[in-house]
Design a protein around this ligand. Structure first.
Ligand code: AHG
Ligand code: MN
Ligand code: MN
Ligand code: MN
Length: 321
């Protein structure tokens, strides 16, 4: 059986050449990152870097390595006008800006997993640039404007899951280093019996979130009238991948610990690209069950938001609490 390769899929897209170039560069870099991740201690990929990032997080060595790999590869491409990342304070315009695209990324998602050999990922969002010399203001576009979003998950299999606005496709990295189409037309079941939330934060959540999760935990005797299972990988990529594969809901709500931060996850590098993928797979991606993440007008590059995404009927139930 002949299988479709990612490069053939990209070549056949009804999309500008510049976008095809961006996707090709990102896919090649994610394949390179997968080698570093797989090398672990042998590749010098474990442990802390000793630096703090703009998110006030201690950077892992791999956060820095993957950020450098993506930044260098993308800024070397004539299709790219500028990049922004979870790991960089400021946006980086290309030095000879001629490209049409802005690329935003979380180079290593779930970085607390790397030292324990659990899944990590890379998340990428692509916007059209409105100018050849972009500043931060040009990146402040709602997620609805994205022309592509993808993630790579470095797990038992390395996979790349992509949308360009016409459904969601999954590619598996072969031993020969090729991305092969293995999951055509990924869709999220509207109903589920599985939820993902960091339960250790329960006492910090707002009342409606406590009520909703409490209802799930009541199982068949509760208002949802069914038993729920819980999973939490602590890497959004892996949790969202599970939801794309077998349904579920993922919640990272606001909590009281940091009253001035609306949530933990970042709108531009995590919320928007994942929301685009989830909506394209027939799921819902919201801040609170109602407000679509893709319609949020960004105000700051590193803005955080609450996230509630996944199986459509369960997100509606969350909104109804
Ligand atoms: P990152 O490693 O890019 O900073 O993201 C970590 C995020 C996300 O991947 C995950 O869902 C969440 O943080 C885990 O948070 P907890 O530490 O509360 O489990
Ligand atoms: Mn981080
Ligand atoms: Mn992340
Ligand atoms: Mn990260």
């Amino acid at each position: 059986m002949t299988r479709t390769r990612l490069d053939a899929h990209i070549a056949a897209l009804d999309a500008p050449e510049g976008l095809k170039t961006v996707l090709t560069v990102v896919a090649a870099t994610c394949a390179d990152i997968s080698k570093v991740v797989a090398g672990g201690a042998l590749a010098g990929a474990l442990g802390a870097s000793g630096q703090i990032n703009v998110q006030d997080e201690e950077q892992k060595k791999l956060d820095v390595m993957t950020n450098d790999m993506l930044t260098e590869a993308l800024l070397a491409s004539p299709a790219v006008a500028g990049v922004a990342s979870e790991e960089m304070d400021e946006v980086q315009p290309a030095s000879n800006p001629a490209g049409d695209y802005l690329v935003l990324f979380d180079p290593l998602d779930g970085s607390s997993n790397i030292d324990i050999n659990a899944p990590v990922g890379t998340i990428v969002s692509v916007l059209k640039s409105t100018t050849a010399t972009p500043t931060e203001a040009d990146f402040m576009q709602p997620g609805r404007n994205q022309v592509a979003a993808l993630y790579a998950v470095y797990g038992p299999q390395t996979m790349l899951v992509l949308t360009t606005g016409a459904g969601v496709k999954g590619f598996t990295l072969s031993n020969d280093g090729d991305w092969i189409l293995t999951h055509d037309d990924i869709s999220i079941s509207p109903d589920t019996r599985e939820f993902a939330i960091n339960m250790s934060n329960l006492r910090h959540w707002a009342e409606p979130v406590q009520t909703y999760v409490g209802d799930l935990l009541k199982g068949e005797e509760g208002p949802r009238a069914k038993n729920f299972n819980m999973r939490w990988v602590a890497a959004m990529v892996a949790d969202v991948h599970r939801i794309l594969m077998r349904g579920g809901v993922f919640l990272y709500p606001w909590d009281r610990r940091e009253p001035n931060k609306p949530g933990k996850l970042r709108l531009m590098y995590e919320g928007n690209p994942m929301a685009f993928l989830v909506e394209q797979a027939g799921g819902k991606a919201t801040t609170d069950g109602r407000q679509a993440i893709l319609d949020v007008q960004p105000e700051h590059l590193h803005q955080r938001i609450p996230v509630a995404l996944g199986s459509a009927n369960e997100i509606d139930a969350y909104a109804g609490v």
